[in-house]
Design a protein around this ligand. Structure first.
Ligand SMILES: Nc1ncnc2c1ncn2[C@@H]1O[C@H](COP(=O)(O)OP(=O)(O)OP(=O)(O)O)[C@@H](O)[C@H]1O
Ligand SMILES: [Mg+2]
Length: 300
């Protein structure tokens, strides 16, 4: 059993509701299926700086699109365009096959495109359920008072649907682990109608175990038919859950391939700079041919 299939089988065990919430199931897809989001020749300039140029990308239901790239590659700019924060300078963005021009994140949300940013925008001292419904609280009765009982039970059941069993939704969200907080933020986006989840480096600040939790969650969202855009610096994480990989390099699309077209070693090599890294190795060896560290000398 490969590492990847272990994640996928974990998901099928821990996901009580495998039915897609809103999007079509992966098995329904054909290669011609209309993409949830499609970017055609998208470019973005900030004054003289070209942050992105000629980006072509399809985000499909039941698939994870891994977007990789080093610092300054253009990942955040790409997210901001899909999330409606910025408009592209060139090219087109299509949602469900129709050209759109978002003027704010509200427009993107209305189309079911939700972005989970790394800082998560949670209130650490408030309970998990309050954060889950933050800004969209349920109210009841003539006085429209907070319906805390329903919000509590719904938070619990939504998290369980995605395989997260929290012992206490009354705990302040700040007391949860980083991985759990990410999962709550993703479950929240799904509950409020997302079809596409854009995850901005969700594993960047996490250790191995916590990253595993988030990756399982990403795989669960994919199994339920959501389209996921998974931004990361980490080719290992991308390769565990990704169906399709796009590598950005200084605003250009250096690589665009499907899971079965690239193995982890090659993805890592490309991410590490590929030819650029090899050239640097030659240069360093030429500059300091004898500066070879002997690990044996470092011991004791
Ligand atoms: N608002 C802005 N105004 C001017 N230049 C910008 C702006 N936002 C991004 N840039 C530039 O665009 C390029 C791409 O930046 P972006 O933040 O998208 O990269 P990134 O891949 O997210 O990097 P990181 O991994 O460091 O977050 C960089 O050269 C950056 O300096
Ligand atoms: Mg960024």
């Amino acid at each position: 059993m490969t590492e990847r299939s272990r994640y996928e089988s974990d998901v099928s065990m821990s996901t009580p509701d495998p039915q897609p919430a809103t999007a079509s199931a992966p098995s329904d897809r054909s290669p011609e299926a209309v993409a949830l989001i499609e970017l055609r020749h998208v470019g973005k300039r900030y004054g003289n700086i070209t942050a992105l140029s000629d980006i072509n990308l399809r985000v499909c239901a039941g698939e994870v699109t891994g977007v990789l790239g080093d610092n300054g590659a253009g990942k955040s700019t790409l997210i901001k365009i899909m999330a409606g924060l910025h408009q592209p300078s060139d090219g087109q963005m299509l949602v469900d096959g129709e050209v759109v021009r978002f003027s704010s994140p509200k427009d993107a949300l209305a189309k079911g495109i939700a972005t989970v940013y790394q800082d998560l925008a949670v209130v650490n001292l408030m309970p998990v359920w309050r954060n889950f419904f933050l800004g969209q609280e349920l109210r009841s009765g003539v006085l429209r008072s907070l319906d805390t009982a329903t919000m509590r039970t719904r938070t619990l059941s939504e998290l369980r649907k995605m395989g997260i069993d929290l012992p206490d939704v009354d705990a302040p969200i700040g007391s949860l682990s980083g991985g759990q907080r990410q999962c709550v933020a993703i479950a929240r986006a799904i509950y409020f109608g997302a079809r596409v989840l854009i995850l901005d480096e969700p594993t960047a600040a996490l250790g191995v175990k916590q990253s595993g939790m988030v990756l399982r969650y990403v795989a669960a969202a994919k199994a339920r038919g959501f389209g996921v855009v998974f931004i990361t610096h980490n080719p290992h994480h991308a390769h565990l859950v990704g169906d399709h990989f796009v590598l950005l390099n200084r605003g250009r699309q250096q690589l665009d391939c499907r899971y079965d077209e690239i193995d982890l070693d090659e993805l890592t090599r490309q991410m590490a700079g590929g030819a650029e890294l090899e050239a640097l190795g030659h240069e360093l060896r030429r500059a300091a041919p004898r500066a070879v560290i002997n690990p044996a000398r470092c011991v004791g």
